[in-house]
Design a protein around this ligand. Structure first.
Ligand SMILES: NC(=O)c1ccc[n+]([C@@H]2O[C@H](COP(=O)([O-])OP(=O)(O)OC[C@H]3O[C@@H](n4cnc5c(N)ncnc54)[C@H](O)[C@@H]3O)[C@@H](O)[C@H]2O)c1
Ligand SMILES: O=C(O)[C@H]1O[C@H](OP(=O)(O)OP(=O)(O)OC[C@H]2O[C@@H](n3ccc(=O)[nH]c3=O)[C@H](O)[C@@H]2O)[C@H](O)[C@@H](O)[C@@H]1O
Length: 360
Protein backbone atom coordinates (compact mmCIF):
# COMPACT_ATOMS: atom_id res chain seq x y z
CA UNK A 1 0.00 0.00 0.00
CA UNK A 2 1.36 3.47 -0.90
CA UNK A 3 0.54 6.49 1.30
CA UNK A 4 0.64 10.15 0.32
CA UNK A 5 2.99 12.23 2.58
CA UNK A 6 -0.05 13.57 4.51
CA UNK A 7 -1.56 10.10 4.96
CA UNK A 8 1.82 8.78 6.03
CA UNK A 9 2.19 11.54 8.66
CA UNK A 10 -1.35 10.90 9.99
CA UNK A 11 -0.61 7.19 10.24
CA UNK A 12 2.70 7.84 12.05
CA UNK A 13 0.96 10.12 14.58
CA UNK A 14 -1.72 7.48 15.19
CA UNK A 15 0.97 4.80 15.69
CA UNK A 16 2.95 7.04 18.05
CA UNK A 17 -0.21 7.76 20.09
CA UNK A 18 -0.96 4.08 20.36
CA UNK A 19 2.60 3.20 21.31
CA UNK A 20 2.97 5.96 23.92
CA UNK A 21 -0.07 4.98 25.96
CA UNK A 22 0.80 6.40 29.39
CA UNK A 23 -1.04 3.68 31.31
CA UNK A 24 1.51 0.93 31.78
CA UNK A 25 -1.10 -1.60 32.65
CA UNK A 26 -3.26 -1.32 29.56
CA UNK A 27 -2.38 -3.75 26.79
CA UNK A 28 -2.81 -1.94 23.49
CA UNK A 29 -3.00 -5.15 21.49
CA UNK A 30 -4.20 -8.63 22.32
CA UNK A 31 -1.36 -11.12 22.90
CA UNK A 32 -0.08 -12.83 19.76
CA UNK A 33 -1.51 -16.20 18.88
CA UNK A 34 0.35 -18.87 20.83
CA UNK A 35 2.50 -21.34 18.96
CA UNK A 36 0.37 -24.00 17.22
CA UNK A 37 2.38 -26.50 19.25
CA UNK A 38 0.54 -25.33 22.36
CA UNK A 39 -2.64 -26.86 20.97
CA UNK A 40 -1.08 -30.14 20.00
CA UNK A 41 -1.90 -33.28 21.96
CA UNK A 42 1.50 -33.20 23.65
CA UNK A 43 1.00 -29.73 25.11
CA UNK A 44 -2.51 -30.23 26.42
CA UNK A 45 -1.17 -31.81 29.56
CA UNK A 46 2.17 -30.04 29.80
CA UNK A 47 3.39 -26.51 30.27
CA UNK A 48 6.89 -25.98 28.88
CA UNK A 49 8.77 -23.50 30.99
CA UNK A 50 12.14 -21.94 30.20
CA UNK A 51 14.20 -20.68 33.15
CA UNK A 52 17.20 -18.60 32.07
CA UNK A 53 19.81 -18.42 34.84
CA UNK A 54 18.24 -21.57 36.30
CA UNK A 55 21.60 -22.93 37.49
CA UNK A 56 22.00 -19.95 39.84
CA UNK A 57 20.82 -19.37 43.39
CA UNK A 58 17.18 -18.22 42.96
CA UNK A 59 16.81 -19.99 39.59
CA UNK A 60 17.63 -23.44 40.96
CA UNK A 61 15.12 -23.05 43.83
CA UNK A 62 12.53 -21.92 41.29
CA UNK A 63 13.27 -25.01 39.17
CA UNK A 64 12.80 -27.26 42.24
CA UNK A 65 9.36 -25.76 42.84
CA UNK A 66 8.29 -25.88 39.17
CA UNK A 67 9.42 -29.52 38.87
CA UNK A 68 7.14 -30.49 41.79
CA UNK A 69 4.22 -30.06 39.39
CA UNK A 70 4.09 -33.12 37.17
CA UNK A 71 2.46 -31.12 34.39
CA UNK A 72 5.50 -28.89 34.02
CA UNK A 73 8.43 -29.46 31.71
CA UNK A 74 11.41 -27.28 32.61
CA UNK A 75 14.24 -26.16 30.34
CA UNK A 76 17.17 -24.31 31.93
CA UNK A 77 19.49 -22.15 29.82
CA UNK A 78 22.61 -20.99 31.66
CA UNK A 79 26.21 -20.09 30.82
CA UNK A 80 27.42 -21.09 34.34
CA UNK A 81 29.11 -17.72 34.96
CA UNK A 82 27.88 -17.64 38.56
CA UNK A 83 25.65 -20.73 38.52
CA UNK A 84 26.53 -24.40 38.69
CA UNK A 85 25.23 -27.76 37.49
CA UNK A 86 25.56 -28.89 41.11
CA UNK A 87 22.50 -26.77 41.95
CA UNK A 88 20.43 -28.85 39.51
CA UNK A 89 22.02 -32.26 39.97
CA UNK A 90 18.85 -33.88 41.27
CA UNK A 91 17.04 -33.07 38.00
CA UNK A 92 19.71 -33.94 35.44
CA UNK A 93 18.42 -36.97 33.51
CA UNK A 94 14.80 -36.42 34.60
CA UNK A 95 12.43 -36.86 31.62
CA UNK A 96 10.67 -33.52 32.28
CA UNK A 97 13.94 -31.58 32.60
CA UNK A 98 16.52 -30.25 30.12
CA UNK A 99 19.71 -28.29 30.78
CA UNK A 100 21.28 -26.24 28.00
CA UNK A 101 24.65 -24.48 28.19
CA UNK A 102 23.67 -21.23 26.56
CA UNK A 103 24.55 -17.56 26.82
CA UNK A 104 21.42 -15.39 26.56
CA UNK A 105 23.33 -12.74 24.61
CA UNK A 106 22.88 -15.21 21.71
CA UNK A 107 19.41 -16.05 20.33
CA UNK A 108 17.77 -19.22 21.62
CA UNK A 109 15.29 -21.26 19.58
CA UNK A 110 13.02 -23.37 21.78
CA UNK A 111 9.25 -23.89 21.93
CA UNK A 112 7.94 -22.83 25.33
CA UNK A 113 4.81 -21.42 26.98
CA UNK A 114 6.43 -19.44 29.80
CA UNK A 115 9.83 -17.82 30.26
CA UNK A 116 11.27 -16.92 33.66
CA UNK A 117 14.16 -14.67 32.64
CA UNK A 118 16.70 -14.60 35.48
CA UNK A 119 20.02 -14.85 33.63
CA UNK A 120 22.32 -12.13 34.99
CA UNK A 121 25.05 -12.12 37.64
CA UNK A 122 23.51 -10.64 40.81
CA UNK A 123 26.34 -10.20 43.28
CA UNK A 124 28.01 -6.78 42.93
CA UNK A 125 31.51 -8.30 42.75
CA UNK A 126 30.44 -10.53 39.84
CA UNK A 127 28.40 -7.98 37.93
CA UNK A 128 31.23 -5.43 38.22
CA UNK A 129 33.83 -8.02 37.09
CA UNK A 130 32.94 -7.57 33.39
CA UNK A 131 30.53 -4.62 33.31
CA UNK A 132 30.20 -4.53 29.52
CA UNK A 133 29.14 -8.18 29.56
CA UNK A 134 26.65 -7.40 32.36
CA UNK A 135 25.04 -4.72 30.19
CA UNK A 136 24.96 -7.06 27.20
CA UNK A 137 23.34 -9.74 29.34
CA UNK A 138 20.67 -7.32 30.55
CA UNK A 139 19.98 -5.60 27.24
CA UNK A 140 20.77 -8.08 24.44
CA UNK A 141 19.84 -11.05 26.66
CA UNK A 142 16.41 -9.53 27.45
CA UNK A 143 15.89 -8.58 23.78
CA UNK A 144 16.61 -12.16 22.76
CA UNK A 145 14.20 -13.59 25.33
CA UNK A 146 11.51 -11.09 24.28
CA UNK A 147 12.07 -12.08 20.66
CA UNK A 148 11.60 -15.69 21.67
CA UNK A 149 8.43 -14.82 23.65
CA UNK A 150 7.09 -12.99 20.60
CA UNK A 151 7.84 -15.83 18.19
CA UNK A 152 6.20 -18.55 20.29
CA UNK A 153 3.55 -16.44 22.07
CA UNK A 154 5.01 -17.18 25.52
CA UNK A 155 4.44 -15.17 28.71
CA UNK A 156 7.73 -13.75 30.04
CA UNK A 157 8.72 -12.72 33.57
CA UNK A 158 11.81 -10.56 34.19
CA UNK A 159 13.59 -10.63 37.53
CA UNK A 160 14.36 -6.96 37.89
CA UNK A 161 15.79 -5.54 41.06
CA UNK A 162 15.36 -3.04 43.85
CA UNK A 163 18.56 -1.53 42.43
CA UNK A 164 16.39 0.25 39.83
CA UNK A 165 15.60 2.62 42.74
CA UNK A 166 19.35 3.39 43.05
CA UNK A 167 20.21 5.25 46.27
CA UNK A 168 16.54 5.93 46.99
CA UNK A 169 15.30 9.30 48.19
CA UNK A 170 11.87 7.81 48.95
CA UNK A 171 11.59 5.30 51.78
CA UNK A 172 10.20 2.63 51.80
CA UNK A 173 10.28 2.21 48.02
CA UNK A 174 7.03 1.80 46.16
CA UNK A 175 6.74 0.82 42.50
CA UNK A 176 5.69 4.32 41.39
CA UNK A 177 9.07 5.75 42.53
CA UNK A 178 11.35 6.39 39.51
CA UNK A 179 14.57 6.03 41.45
CA UNK A 180 17.84 7.85 41.98
CA UNK A 181 20.44 6.05 39.88
CA UNK A 182 23.94 7.16 38.92
CA UNK A 183 24.03 6.49 35.15
CA UNK A 184 27.83 6.41 34.93
CA UNK A 185 28.82 4.72 38.18
CA UNK A 186 30.38 1.31 38.73
CA UNK A 187 26.98 -0.22 39.59
CA UNK A 188 25.28 1.22 36.49
CA UNK A 189 26.00 -1.81 34.30
CA UNK A 190 23.58 -3.66 36.57
CA UNK A 191 21.02 -1.09 37.70
CA UNK A 192 20.79 0.83 34.41
CA UNK A 193 20.96 -2.53 32.59
CA UNK A 194 17.90 -3.71 34.52
CA UNK A 195 16.13 -0.40 33.91
CA UNK A 196 16.60 -0.83 30.15
CA UNK A 197 15.45 -4.45 30.46
CA UNK A 198 12.23 -3.17 32.11
CA UNK A 199 11.82 -0.62 29.30
CA UNK A 200 12.21 -3.34 26.68
CA UNK A 201 9.62 -5.49 28.44
CA UNK A 202 7.05 -2.67 28.35
CA UNK A 203 7.89 -1.70 24.75
CA UNK A 204 7.40 -5.30 23.57
CA UNK A 205 4.16 -5.39 25.58
CA UNK A 206 2.83 -2.15 24.06
CA UNK A 207 4.17 -2.69 20.57
CA UNK A 208 3.69 -6.43 20.13
CA UNK A 209 1.16 -7.37 22.83
CA UNK A 210 3.60 -9.73 24.59
CA UNK A 211 2.35 -10.93 28.00
CA UNK A 212 4.91 -9.57 30.46
CA UNK A 213 5.52 -9.78 34.21
CA UNK A 214 8.16 -7.73 36.07
CA UNK A 215 9.30 -8.58 39.60
CA UNK A 216 11.46 -6.06 41.45
CA UNK A 217 13.35 -8.37 43.75
CA UNK A 218 14.83 -7.11 47.03
CA UNK A 219 17.88 -8.78 48.64
CA UNK A 220 17.25 -12.50 48.79
CA UNK A 221 19.24 -15.09 50.76
CA UNK A 222 19.21 -18.80 51.45
CA UNK A 223 20.91 -22.14 50.85
CA UNK A 224 22.96 -22.57 47.63
CA UNK A 225 24.28 -19.02 47.51
CA UNK A 226 27.89 -19.18 46.35
CA UNK A 227 30.06 -19.38 49.47
CA UNK A 228 32.39 -16.70 48.11
CA UNK A 229 29.55 -14.85 46.43
CA UNK A 230 30.48 -11.51 48.02
CA UNK A 231 26.93 -10.62 49.08
CA UNK A 232 26.50 -9.66 52.67
CA UNK A 233 24.49 -12.57 54.11
CA UNK A 234 26.66 -15.24 52.47
CA UNK A 235 29.83 -13.37 53.50
CA UNK A 236 28.80 -13.06 57.16
CA UNK A 237 27.64 -16.69 57.46
CA UNK A 238 30.80 -18.09 55.84
CA UNK A 239 32.96 -15.78 58.00
CA UNK A 240 31.12 -16.78 61.21
CA UNK A 241 31.50 -20.51 60.45
CA UNK A 242 35.20 -20.08 59.58
CA UNK A 243 35.76 -17.99 62.73
CA UNK A 244 36.86 -14.95 60.70
CA UNK A 245 35.85 -11.33 61.51
CA UNK A 246 32.52 -10.23 60.04
CA UNK A 247 33.36 -7.50 57.52
CA UNK A 248 30.83 -4.68 57.94
CA UNK A 249 31.41 -2.15 55.17
CA UNK A 250 31.38 1.43 56.52
CA UNK A 251 29.39 3.11 57.87
CA UNK A 252 27.32 0.02 58.85
CA UNK A 253 24.18 2.14 59.21
CA UNK A 254 23.12 1.39 55.61
CA UNK A 255 20.01 -0.80 55.55
CA UNK A 256 18.70 -3.74 53.56
CA UNK A 257 15.59 -5.94 53.79
CA UNK A 258 16.24 -9.66 53.43
CA UNK A 259 13.82 -12.17 51.88
CA UNK A 260 14.21 -15.94 52.30
CA UNK A 261 14.44 -17.74 48.98
CA UNK A 262 11.33 -19.97 49.35
CA UNK A 263 9.20 -16.85 49.91
CA UNK A 264 10.78 -15.28 46.81
CA UNK A 265 10.04 -18.31 44.63
CA UNK A 266 6.43 -18.34 45.83
CA UNK A 267 6.10 -14.65 44.90
CA UNK A 268 7.62 -15.14 41.43
CA UNK A 269 5.29 -18.04 40.60
CA UNK A 270 2.22 -16.09 41.79
CA UNK A 271 3.27 -13.14 39.65
CA UNK A 272 3.76 -15.34 36.58
CA UNK A 273 0.38 -17.03 37.08
CA UNK A 274 -1.53 -13.84 37.92
CA UNK A 275 -3.01 -11.20 35.67
CA UNK A 276 -0.80 -8.22 36.54
CA UNK A 277 2.15 -7.03 34.47
CA UNK A 278 3.86 -5.35 37.43
CA UNK A 279 6.38 -4.04 38.16
CA UNK A 280 5.73 -5.49 41.61
CA UNK A 281 8.14 -5.36 44.54
CA UNK A 282 8.87 -8.79 45.97
CA UNK A 283 10.84 -8.64 49.17
CA UNK A 284 10.65 -8.82 52.94
CA UNK A 285 9.95 -5.42 54.53
CA UNK A 286 11.91 -6.27 57.72
CA UNK A 287 14.73 -3.69 57.58
CA UNK A 288 18.17 -4.06 59.22
CA UNK A 289 21.37 -2.05 59.31
CA UNK A 290 24.48 -4.01 58.29
CA UNK A 291 25.75 -3.68 61.86
CA UNK A 292 22.50 -5.21 63.15
CA UNK A 293 22.82 -8.04 60.62
CA UNK A 294 26.40 -8.74 61.75
CA UNK A 295 25.29 -8.76 65.41
CA UNK A 296 22.44 -11.18 64.62
CA UNK A 297 24.75 -13.55 62.70
CA UNK A 298 27.27 -13.38 65.57
CA UNK A 299 24.59 -14.16 68.15
CA UNK A 300 23.03 -17.03 66.18
CA UNK A 301 26.09 -18.64 64.59
CA UNK A 302 29.31 -17.82 66.43
CA UNK A 303 29.32 -15.51 69.50
CA UNK A 304 33.14 -15.60 69.53
CA UNK A 305 33.73 -13.83 66.19
CA UNK A 306 34.75 -10.21 65.93
CA UNK A 307 32.94 -7.58 63.89
CA UNK A 308 35.33 -5.38 61.89
CA UNK A 309 34.58 -2.20 59.96
CA UNK A 310 36.05 -2.19 56.43
CA UNK A 311 36.00 0.24 53.49
CA UNK A 312 32.84 0.39 51.39
CA UNK A 313 32.46 0.44 47.58
CA UNK A 314 31.18 3.48 45.57
CA UNK A 315 27.47 4.25 45.22
CA UNK A 316 26.35 1.78 47.89
CA UNK A 317 22.62 2.52 48.47
CA UNK A 318 22.11 3.89 51.98
CA UNK A 319 18.68 2.45 52.64
CA UNK A 320 16.37 -0.12 51.11
CA UNK A 321 12.99 -1.46 52.17
CA UNK A 322 10.14 -2.55 49.92
CA UNK A 323 6.59 -1.33 50.14
CA UNK A 324 4.78 -4.61 49.36
CA UNK A 325 1.18 -3.34 49.33
CA UNK A 326 0.85 -4.23 45.63
CA UNK A 327 2.15 -7.76 46.12
CA UNK A 328 -0.28 -8.25 49.03
CA UNK A 329 -3.28 -6.88 47.17
CA UNK A 330 -2.64 -8.19 43.66
CA UNK A 331 -0.88 -11.49 44.35
CA UNK A 332 -2.11 -12.32 47.86
CA UNK A 333 1.60 -12.67 48.69
CA UNK A 334 3.66 -11.75 51.71
CA UNK A 335 6.84 -13.29 53.09
CA UNK A 336 6.53 -15.86 55.89
CA UNK A 337 10.13 -16.47 57.00
CA UNK A 338 11.75 -14.01 59.41
CA UNK A 339 15.49 -13.32 59.18
CA UNK A 340 16.17 -15.06 62.53
CA UNK A 341 14.49 -18.22 61.21
CA UNK A 342 16.07 -18.12 57.75
CA UNK A 343 19.70 -17.62 58.84
CA UNK A 344 19.98 -21.01 60.63
CA UNK A 345 18.59 -22.79 57.53
CA UNK A 346 21.33 -21.20 55.47
CA UNK A 347 23.97 -21.96 58.12
CA UNK A 348 23.18 -25.68 57.87
CA UNK A 349 23.77 -25.67 54.09
CA UNK A 350 27.00 -23.64 54.41
CA UNK A 351 28.37 -25.97 57.12
CA UNK A 352 27.74 -29.00 54.90
CA UNK A 353 29.45 -27.38 51.91
CA UNK A 354 32.37 -26.06 53.99
CA UNK A 355 32.75 -29.44 55.70
CA UNK A 356 32.38 -27.88 59.17
CA UNK A 357 30.30 -30.01 61.57
CA UNK A 358 27.26 -28.47 63.29
CA UNK A 359 27.76 -26.76 66.70
CA UNK A 360 27.15 -28.92 69.76
N1 LIG B 1 19.44 -12.59 44.89
C1 LIG B 1 19.03 -11.33 45.00
O1 LIG B 1 19.08 -10.76 46.08
C2 LIG B 1 18.47 -10.60 43.82
C3 LIG B 1 17.94 -9.34 44.03
C4 LIG B 1 17.41 -8.64 42.95
C5 LIG B 1 17.37 -9.22 41.70
N2 LIG B 1 17.88 -10.45 41.53
C6 LIG B 1 17.84 -11.01 40.18
O2 LIG B 1 17.45 -12.37 40.21
C7 LIG B 1 18.17 -13.11 39.23
C8 LIG B 1 18.87 -14.30 39.87
O3 LIG B 1 19.73 -13.84 40.88
P1 LIG B 1 20.59 -14.86 41.76
O4 LIG B 1 20.75 -14.27 43.09
O5 LIG B 1 20.03 -16.23 41.64
O6 LIG B 1 21.99 -14.77 41.02
P2 LIG B 1 23.01 -15.89 40.53
O7 LIG B 1 24.24 -15.17 40.12
O8 LIG B 1 23.11 -16.98 41.54
O9 LIG B 1 22.26 -16.49 39.25
C9 LIG B 1 22.33 -15.92 37.98
C10 LIG B 1 22.42 -17.05 36.96
O10 LIG B 1 22.46 -16.48 35.63
C11 LIG B 1 23.50 -17.11 34.90
N3 LIG B 1 23.96 -16.17 33.87
C12 LIG B 1 24.60 -14.99 34.05
N4 LIG B 1 24.85 -14.41 32.87
C13 LIG B 1 24.32 -15.22 31.91
C14 LIG B 1 24.24 -15.17 30.50
N5 LIG B 1 24.77 -14.16 29.82
N6 LIG B 1 23.65 -16.19 29.86
C15 LIG B 1 23.13 -17.24 30.54
N7 LIG B 1 23.17 -17.35 31.87
C16 LIG B 1 23.76 -16.34 32.55
C17 LIG B 1 24.55 -17.45 35.94
O11 LIG B 1 25.46 -18.45 35.52
C18 LIG B 1 23.68 -17.90 37.10
O12 LIG B 1 23.36 -19.26 37.02
C19 LIG B 1 19.09 -12.12 38.54
O13 LIG B 1 18.46 -11.65 37.38
C20 LIG B 1 19.22 -11.00 39.54
O14 LIG B 1 19.49 -9.77 38.91
C21 LIG B 1 18.43 -11.16 42.55
O1 LIG C 1 18.36 -6.72 46.17
C1 LIG C 1 18.79 -6.13 45.20
O2 LIG C 1 18.07 -5.48 44.48
C2 LIG C 1 20.23 -6.24 44.82
O3 LIG C 1 21.00 -6.39 45.99
C3 LIG C 1 22.35 -6.65 45.87
O4 LIG C 1 23.03 -5.42 46.09
P1 LIG C 1 23.44 -5.05 47.55
O5 LIG C 1 22.24 -4.77 48.37
O6 LIG C 1 24.46 -3.98 47.52
O7 LIG C 1 24.04 -6.43 48.09
P2 LIG C 1 25.26 -6.83 48.99
O8 LIG C 1 26.52 -6.91 48.22
O9 LIG C 1 24.82 -8.05 49.71
O10 LIG C 1 25.43 -5.63 50.02
C4 LIG C 1 24.45 -5.28 50.97
C5 LIG C 1 25.06 -4.33 51.98
O11 LIG C 1 25.98 -5.06 52.76
C6 LIG C 1 27.23 -4.40 52.81
N1 LIG C 1 28.25 -5.46 52.92
C7 LIG C 1 28.49 -6.33 51.91
C8 LIG C 1 29.43 -7.32 52.06
C9 LIG C 1 30.16 -7.42 53.27
O12 LIG C 1 31.02 -8.31 53.46
N2 LIG C 1 29.88 -6.53 54.23
C10 LIG C 1 28.96 -5.56 54.11
O13 LIG C 1 28.75 -4.78 55.05
C11 LIG C 1 27.30 -3.56 51.55
O14 LIG C 1 28.12 -2.43 51.75
C12 LIG C 1 25.85 -3.17 51.38
O15 LIG C 1 25.57 -2.00 52.10
C13 LIG C 1 22.81 -7.20 44.54
O16 LIG C 1 23.13 -6.20 43.67
C14 LIG C 1 21.77 -7.97 43.85
O17 LIG C 1 21.77 -9.24 44.44
C15 LIG C 1 20.40 -7.42 43.91
O18 LIG C 1 19.93 -7.07 42.65
Amino acid sequence: MIFSPTEFKTKLIAMAKEASNGDNHAATKPPPTPSPLRNSKFFQSNLRILVTGGAGFIGSHLVDKLMENEKNEVIVADNYFTGSKDNLKKWIGHPRFELIRHDVTEPLLVEVDQIYHLACPASPIFYKYNPVKTIKTNVIGTLNMLGLAKRVGARILLTSTSEVYGDPLVHPQEESYWGNVNPIGVRSCYDEGKRVAETLMFDYHRQHGIEIRIARIFNTYGPRMNIDDGRVVSNFIAQAIRGEPLTVQAPGTQTRSFCYVSDMVDGLIRLMQGENTGPINIGNPGEFTMTELAETVKELINPDVEISMVENTPDDPRQRKPNITKAKELLGWEPKIKLRDGLPLMEEDFRTRLGVPPKK
